[in-house]
Design a binder for this molecule. Structure first.
Ligand code: SF4
Ligand code: SF4
Length: 106
């Protein structure tokens, strides 16, 4: 095979009809405000832990909506609460993370 000096990335296509959204549904039962997230990224931009751990509330919610596991990311949160202060939708993001921790402990 000829080496062109690059390779194709693995497809990132998602099939939302078959994705397991059970975690997202459980979270929405405990934190209904999660449904109002508009993925603006303000929380991620201000996150204390983000630069060191890869934590991002925006990505947590988006990944859950796509049926992905976010346990490793959530473990990077320090529960400082800075993200609550900047959320334009007034989502209690800290409580959202705490509820996710409860779901994972079950
Ligand atoms: S509570 Fe967690 S997600 Fe929010 S700013 Fe602090 S470390 Fe980041
Ligand atoms: S700041 Fe609020 S609305 Fe924006 S991505 Fe974060 S949780 Fe969603």
């Amino acid at each position: 095979m000829m080496d062109f000096g690059f390779s194709l990335s693995k497809s990132s296509t998602l099939n939302l009809d078959t994705a397991d959204l059970s975690l997202y549904k459980k979270l929405c039962e405990l934190s209904p405000d999660a449904r109002t997230c508009m993925a603006c990224g303000s929380c991620s931009a201000t996150c204390t832990a983000g630069p060191f751990s890869g934590m991002s509330v925006r990505k947590v919610i988006l990944d859950l909506q796509r049926g992905r596991d976010v346990k490793a990311m959530v473990q990077g949160c320090m529960l400082c609460g800075k993200c609550i202060m900047v959320c334009p939708r007034g989502i209690n993001t800290r409580n959202l993370i705490l509820n996710l921790c409860k779901i994972y402990d079950r």
